[in-house]
Design a protein around this ligand. Structure first.
Ligand SMILES: [Zn+2]
Length: 402
């Protein structure tokens, strides 16, 4: 009998412990709401289908290896030799400022900074709210930015708030946003997307994006290496800085200009700053960047995000051939592998000319294009702006009459 009591007592204690253990064991995931589950299923299906659907003619695939070797600036030695510059105007590196989520209260500050430091920025807008007023802004806000030379591109319709009434899938998030922005800004072209972050960011799909856009910007990452830009997941960060110490070199824009820093990994690359709302502390932080970039304006191309995207893809798919060299002229052709209707940004070609060329004239397909002469270590070079696939480029000296 006594043995039975002991047995029961042990059993009770044991059962109690098991019960406690179960109570502290991780609970099963809470049931996902039906709306969210269905939205994810639909998005996954749209992404699967998009793999086989036509994309824009652009570099939408992730590069598996560097596309070329990054070098110092190149100075061709022979008369008539031409070189495709890494960045516009043969600058050392590129820098772009991007602002997400509309942030109308900050527009005035950005406009002032742009004037003071000589840059233009890109707003990636939640297009379904761009006329909502308040923080989200009104059409007048976007028109003003556009007039001042800033850019307005897509951050989807709802920021993947799939509980929004009428939410209609990832194709709709991307395609409809273009329609909304272009309706708000007649004559304006939307070509690039910033993927929304947040809890539904997994819905973003590069294959769906490539049906409508020529590039997609992410929300994280180091500075972009010039020779392996993933145009549908372009790195961007608010952690970009110009500090003097060795911490966080991945985001230090000094590494773009100085190959002795960070083992040269980001030398001559492209920094994409990502801002949301800017409070006093961020304004101070940004000012340190603006100051540094301005002090090095001969080295930085501060370009609109979409312009740098165009330059990069044209350059990465370009072919440059010198077709004629004689005393009177140099001719070359420039072609690329991306869509000529969408990619219309001029590339900079550097051509060694004769030292007695004191001024030049340049034409492409018979039309005048921008060109200027520079000198380097006693040599004379032309920097010519030419859009790929617009005909042969001809350079001629303008002889000085004496
Ligand atoms: Zn956002």
């Amino acid at each position: 009998m006594k043995r039975l009591y002991v047995f029961v007592a042990v059993f009770v204690v044991f059962a109690f412990l098991i019960n406690r253990l179960m109570a502290t064991a991780p609970k099963a995931a809470p049931p996902v709401s039906d709306v969210v589950r269905k939205a994810f299923e639909r998005t996954a299906k749209e992404a699967r289908e998009a793999v086989d659907q036509p994309k824009l003619k652009c570099l939408w695939e992730k590069p598996t290896r560097p596309r070329f070797k990054v070098t110092d600036k190149v100075w061709p030695e022979q008369f008539g030799q031409a070189h495709l510059c890494l960045w516009q105007d043969d600058k050392l590196a590129a820098m772009s400022y991007t602002i997400d989520d509309n942030g109308a209260p900050d527009h005035t500050w950005w406009i002032e900074q742009g004037k003071k430091y000589g840059f233009r920025a890109t707003w990636f807008v939640i297009s379904g709210r761009m006329a909502s007023g308040g923080y989200w802004g009104t059409p007048a806000h976007w028109k003003k930015l556009k007039e001042l030379g800033h850019d307005v591109q897509s951050h989807t319709v709802t920021h993947l708030h799939l509980e929004t009434p009428g939410w209609d899938g990832i194709n709709w998030e991307y395609a409809k946003s273009i329609e909304l922005i272009e309706a708000c800004l007649p004559g304006h072209k939307v070509l690039t997307l910033a993927y929304p972050g947040g809890k539904h960011t997994k819905m973003n799909s590069r294959v769906v994006a490539a049906k409508y856009f020529i590039a997609g910007r992410g929300t994280v990452g180091t500075l972009n290496s010039a020779n392996k830009i993933d145009y549908f997941n372009i790195n961007a960060s608010g952690g970009i800085h110009v500090r003097q110490d060795e911490k966080g070199m991945w985001g230090n824009i000094r590494t773009l200009l100085d190959k002795s820093l960070y083992r040269g990994r980001q030398y001559r690359g492209w920094a994409v700053y990502l801002a949301h709302g800017v409070k006093a502390k961020q304004k101070e932080h940004l000012s340190s960047i603006f100051e540094y970039v301005k002090a090095n304006r001969d080295k930085f191309w501060v370009g609109l995000f979409t312009d740098v995207v165009k330059y990069g893809q044209e350059r990465d798919s370009a072919s440059l051939k010198v077709t004629r060299v004689d005393d009177a002229e140099v001719r070359f052709t420039l072609t690329d592998g991306v869509d000529d209707k969408l990619f219309d940004f001029p590339l900079t070609i550097k051509v060694r000319v004769k030292d007695d060329w004191k001024a030049i004239g340049a034409t492409q397909g018979g039309k005048a294009v921008k060109a200027k002469l520079i000198t380097h270590e006693g040599g004379t070079f032309a920097l010519v702006q030419a859009v790929p696939d617009r005909g042969e480029v001809t350079l001629k000296p303008i002889l000085q009459s004496d």
